[in-house]
Ligand binder design. Sequence first.
Ligand SMILES: *[C@@H]1O[C@H](CO)[C@@H](O)[C@H](O)[C@H]1NC(C)=O
Ligand SMILES: *[C@@H]1O[C@H](CO)[C@@H](O)[C@H](O)[C@H]1NC(C)=O
Length: 480
Amino acid sequence: MKSLTLIALTLALGVCQAAIIETETLAGNDRSVSSIITDKLEAMKVQMADGFPRFGIPPMAPLKVSHRDLNYETGEMRIMGQVDDVVINGLNEFEIRVMDYSAILSRIKYEFNFASLNLTTQYEADVGAGYHMERKGGAFMALEDLNIAGFIKYSTGLLPSSSFRVKQIDVRVKVGKVVSKIENLSKYRIFNRKLNEVIEEFISLTINDNTELLASWIDSAVTPMCNDLIGDRSLKDLIALITGESQSISSTVVDVIEGMKEQMPCGFPAAGIPPIAPLRINHKDIDINTDGLKMKGSIDHFRLNGLNDFDITEMKVNAITSKVTYKFSFRDVNVDTTYNLEMMLKKFGFTINMVGAGHAKFALKDMVIWGTMRYSLGMLSGKLKLKSLEVRTHLGEVDSEIEGMLGDGGINEKMNEYLAEAVEMAINENEDLIADTIESVALPVVNHALEDVSITDMINGGDGGDGGEKEVCIPPELEW
Ligand SMILES: *[C@@H]1O[C@H](CO)[C@@H](O)[C@H](O)[C@H]1NC(C)=O
Ligand SMILES: *[C@@H]1O[C@H](CO)[C@@H](O)[C@H](O)[C@H]1NC(C)=O
């Protein structure tokens, strides 16, 4: 029965926690809240292996108790003794059959099914029931097809600062089959089996015939425990408590990105990525031939500058809703190159022929990139998957200084102005199109890349990858 208390308490805790998530998703409907609670409980099952240190709950899957005195007395039966090396299995092996949240009723209905909740132990007991016997040996007990169902009612108060209160916890417990294998109850094997059968029936009846009693006992014991845990905290405080972990995730992500920024001038050799701040190409022949555009020639001393010159204006990781909100501000991302190109542009029935050579600079200034991404983290596999990626872009200003385009002088100047305006408009007025395109292109690529790495690799990867001390990147001196 002790372990049942523990299950009830843990589930109640989980549901207490889960109920709090409600305000995170006020926009969401009841069904999405139910699924968040389900996710939270699934995560809790995994966490049960390590326990909940914050609530003073030890590892529970399995739950190990080294020693406990037994002192049980009821009516004419008396058991005195002790159990050692108790191992309880299956506390985390439950199926969530019902999870139904209703905001209007401030109620969460649930049903959990445990396939087998079992216990092994060594026991020593002095059993008296009109007679007296000393027994010791190994014992195995299992509750199979254990069903725990009921509801939790709570109040959130009218003000955000009102305390969150659990009003009622209804728990109905039913067991399908009880298995008892206690050694040495009798030294005769057949009689020992009979005694175990009696115990099986006794436990089965105790649980199944006292559903109401058990329910009211759990409500009276667990509800105050739940409220004690919550204390005077308001819903807002509780959200801060839960998302406190997320804040530290956010700052870790910021640190990792800042570290990457510093590394960009040296590249990421381990990942086969060359220096990208600046990204330089000494010489490249260009030969593009599509329906609309023909381009032939070469570029020399091509530099893409400024990829590492950005501020992280926002980085919020919400571990509960699995959502990342970000915003990066780039000051000046620019291309600087010399070129020698013949270009033929066929568009709208025109053919534009251009021959140009010289120095070219093209800059995107005050570019802001922001958006959200949603991810899922496989609790068992530890694999991260991107579910959606929204990338919004806005340009402050575009600067085009391409020498030799349509000759020099006035026409060249006008041409550059047009080009700058066209690019700025193309980007700023097609936010949705750009966002959709990036999402459709990047999502599969990113997920493909994530397939082979686990979250642990990624966390280690943030430190440089190959395990050793991270080498600080000293930006190399460049000749051009
Ligand atoms: C004990 O419970 C665990 C978890 O439910 C289960 O995997 C295991 O088979 C059970 N052991 C026995 C002997 O029934
Ligand atoms: C208990 O039972 C086991 C197996 O039936 C036996 O090996 C053992 O000796 C017994 N122990 C005691 C203290 O009777």
